[in-house]
Write a protein that binds this ligand. Structure first.
Ligand SMILES: [Fe+2]
Length: 84
């Protein structure tokens, strides 16, 4: 569930960047709506993790995931990519 949440959260971030940087207004609105959908998906995975693992400190585990990911990112680069 947390891995799914992470994938959705990163998709959300990418669509946010696209929605903020693109000049075409229709595409801006489209990417913004995708960003909002991905944000909902991310939150759904977190909610499901808490629902199906009531005895697990999901917030702490999520924080550990984020720290692990940050370590990976700093090890392999910082540039923004769509599928990189
Ligand atoms: Fe999604």
């Amino acid at each position: 569930m947390l891995l799914g949440a992470m994938i959705e959260a990163r998709s959300c971030e990418r669509f946010k960047i696209l929605s903020e940087e693109i000049n075409d207004e229709d595409l801006r609105v489209f990417y913004r709506s995708l960003m909002e959908s991905e944000a909902r998906h991310y939150m759904s995975f977190i909610k499901l993790a808490k629902q199906y693992a009531p005895n697990t400190d999901v917030d702490s585990m999520w924080q550990e995931f984020l720290e692990f990911e940050a370590e990976l990112v700093t090890s392999y680069g910082k540039s923004e990519t769509m599928h990189g």
